[in-house]
Design a protein around this ligand. Structure first.
Ligand SMILES: Nc1nc2c(ncn2[C@@H]2O[C@H](COP(=O)(O)OP(=O)(O)OP(=O)(O)O)[C@@H](O)[C@H]2O)c(=O)[nH]1
Ligand SMILES: [Mg+2]
Length: 252
């Protein structure tokens, strides 16, 4: 390409069609969600090889509601006014035509003061273990009530997953219940949490007003369906003439 060439450089091969965002496809795919299993401990979870996307955050942040909104199913995950409603890891399978190609994981929330110390400790262990060792974990969505911002427990969670984020784990912070904020409050919360999240992706989300729903759906789809890496063309083997006297294909 010369400096006068108006075509910008592209990493997409000329003959490949780049995947365009299509929230309808993403929403249709999310609607296929089905309850798979519930597990109180990591060792009770089935080992899976499809990408898993975990929803984590404080109790009452809106994780289960977010899953229900994204999957367009009212009662898939148990949502409740009472904090601590989700007590185990719940898995929901996704995939069209009965072919499972991803999982959503709804995790119990943390930080609810009324939970006995023993249970809190047990849960921290389960969650830490899950986030550090779940092999097929592909992405983490951290839900946070913007009126609280990222709390100390959220920061601890960020520390736990940081090494995996460095290795490619996808990560998104959702500021939930954004319908409870006016524009100025929302903009302020967004910029504060962006700073706290160290430049990570942060979005406003409201199940009530459906803010951010399609955008988040698209993220989930993209994480579960990364573009295939182009297969490098095999280097053509040098042709060796039959009567050529050489014992090395590289000899010239
Ligand atoms: N106004 C408003 N309320 C919401 C929204 N999302 C969730 N809520 C409410 O927040 C409360 C908690 O929601 P859940 O989805 O159960 O929260 P959770 O994070 O799953 O809670 P745990 O399972 O206890 O960890 C419920 O009363 C929801 O109706 C939202 O976008 N807007
Ligand atoms: Mg829940």
């Amino acid at each position: 390409m010369t400096s006068s060439d108006p075509t910008p450089p592209s990493s997409t091969p000329a003959n490949a069609t780049p995947a365009l965002p299509n929230p309808k496809i993403a929403m249709g795919w999310l609607h296929t969600a089905k309850f798979l299993t519930t597990a109180p401990e990591l060792q009770h979870l089935p080992r899976l090889d499809v990408p898993e996307i975990a929803f984590v955050g404080r109790s009452n942040a809106g994780k289960s509601t977010c899953i229900n909104t994204l999957t367009q199913q009212h009662r898939l995950a148990f949502a409740s006014k009472t904090p601590g409603r989700t007590q185990s890891i719940n898995l929901f399978s996704l995939g069209k035509q009965g072919v499972t190609d991803a999982m959503l994981a709804d995790l119990p929330g943390y930080g609810y003061a009324a939970v006995p110390k023993q249970a809190k400790y047990r849960w921290q262990q389960v969650m830490g273990n899950y986030l550090q060792t779940r092999d097929n974990l592909k992405a983490v969505v951290l839900l946070c009530d913007p009126r609280l911002g990222l709390t100390e427990l959220d920061e601890i969670l960020l520390d736990v997953i940081r090494p995996r984020v460095v290795e490619g784990l996808k990560f998104l912070v959702l500021l939930t219940k954004s319908d409870k904020l006016n524009k100025a409050e929302a903009a302020k919360a967004l910029s504060i949490v962006k700073l706290q999240a160290g430049g990570g992706d942060v979005k406003l989300f409201s199940a009530l007003k459906r803010q951010g729903v399609e955008e988040v759906a698209q993220h989930l789809w993209d994480w579960a369906h990364p573009p295939e890496k182009p297969v490098k063309a095999a280097k053509a083997a040098p042709v060796i003439e039959e009567d050529e006297e050489t014992d090395s294909p590289d000899a010239s």
